[in-house]
Design a protein around this ligand. Structure first.
Ligand SMILES: Cc1ncc(COP(=O)(O)O)c(C=O)c1O
Length: 359
């Protein structure tokens, strides 16, 4: 079967050059005579990979010397409890409630302490994210947590919240490395790899060493950030395959000129899709315009049967993964870093043709 244009929300599209390289590495990693997934995580060959991946992330994010990059297991969802388990216990934190995933993070945090929610769009079906001045971080909270891009709702922050005296934590799973970012503003930043960065199986956590003395140590070692920092992500066997692919994707980003280039392409692709959605009144955007995500474009015809027909016909035309998340319905086009201009052109053409035929 021909390769499809992949608009899935994750695991999502990856650069073809990276997939080809991974295919070769599966058979033999460098000139070791061993396949990638047969190689020890403590081998010289793998050590070079994980070291390079950490260095590349540090550089692309513009981290300072206090910030450490970790490659952990358990997906972003594990961070929903690992953050409060380490850093909240018995105290208070503030969470901005902007979608399914922030709601999930709030539920887990409540197991460890008090949670303030200074801003929520839940009652409006998560139709927006706040602007910078729309919320105040309550006095005395240990940290402020937010989700920089809401994968299900299709909304995205255009600013980094100011946490005041508190630490700033961010779930950046679905817009990680999609634009230049000043990572020094964060105390803890995490992202599952399977959207902008690689396959599922590894979660990037960027944490400040200066946070470590504040972390609870009366928790299992696998949960302690301090242990993972001390062991350089090798406390247990990491997902070597996923880290390999992440490193290759990071190289792909650097080779084309870095995050400014990626940013420009992401913006142009999102602009093209939103322009088509807004061209007539046929398509309805799901979120308020000022909150629109550049990564996950959510929209619908307003008619569930017509949406289903769209998905069916789009799939037959080679456009994969356009069904909205099962919890909200509608349609969703994910435009992650590796999305191609050809795929976006095909999508825009298909949107137009579908409207012409059914509008
Ligand atoms: C923003 C965000 N956070 C967290 C998650 C959960 O990630 P994982 O499946 O890696 O645990 C997702 C999954 O789509 C997500 O989009």
């Amino acid at each position: 079967m021909a390769r499809q244009h992949n608009f899935s929300a994750g695991p999502g599209v990856l650069p073809e050059s990276v997939i080809s390289k991974a295919r070769e590495a599966l058979w033999e990693l460098g000139d070791t005579g061993l396949g990638l997934v047969e190689s020890s995580h403590r081998s010289k060959a793998f050590d070079a990979i994980v070291t390079q991946a950490a260095e590349r992330l540090h550089r692309l994010l513009g981290c300072d010397d206090d910030q450490v990059v970790l490659f952990l297991h358990g997906g972003a969802r594990t961070q929903f409890h690992q953050v409060p388990m380490n850093l909240l216990r018995g105290s208070r934190a503030a969470y901005l409630d902007t979608g399914t995933w922030s709601k999930g993070a709030i539920e887990e945090a409540k197991l460890f302490g008090e949670v303030d929610v200074p801003w929520s769009s839940r009652e409006r079906g998560y139709d927006s994210v706040p602007a910078a001045g729309d919320y105040a971080v309550p006095e005395g909270v240990r940290y402020l947590h937010y989700t920089s891009n809401n994968t299900v709702a299709g909304s995205e922050f255009d600013h980094i919240p100011d946490p005041g005296a508190a630490w700033l934590m961010c779930d950046a799973s679905s817009n990680f490395l999609s634009r230049p970012v000043d990572a020094r503003r964060f105390d803890l930043l995490y992202a599952g790899a399977q959207k902008n960065l690689g396959p599922s199986g590894v979660t990037i956590v960027v944490i400040r060493r200066s946070l470590l003395p504040h972390c609870d140590t009366a928790i299992p070692r696998m949960e302690r950030y301090g242990v993972h920092v001390e062991k350089a992500s090798m406390f247990n066997t990491p997902c070597t395959f996923a880290i390999y692919v992440v490193n290759e994707v990071l190289g792909w980003i650097e080779d084309q000129g870095g995050l400014a280039v990626v940013d420009a392409r992401n913006q142009a692709q999102a602009d093209a899709v939103y322009a088509e959605i807004d061209r007539t009144g046929f398509w309805k955007g799901r979120v308020q315009r000022a909150s629109r995500s550049r990564m996950n474009v959510t929209f619908s015809t307003g008619d569930a049967d017509l949406d289903a027909l769209f998905v069916k016909e789009a799939t037959a035309a080679g456009l994969h993964g356009l069904k909205g998340h099962r919890s909200v319905g509608g349609l969703r086009a994910s435009l992650y870093n590796a999305q191609t201009d050809a795929a976006v052109e095909a999508l825009v053409g298909f949107l137009r043709a579908f409207e012409a035929a059914r509008g």
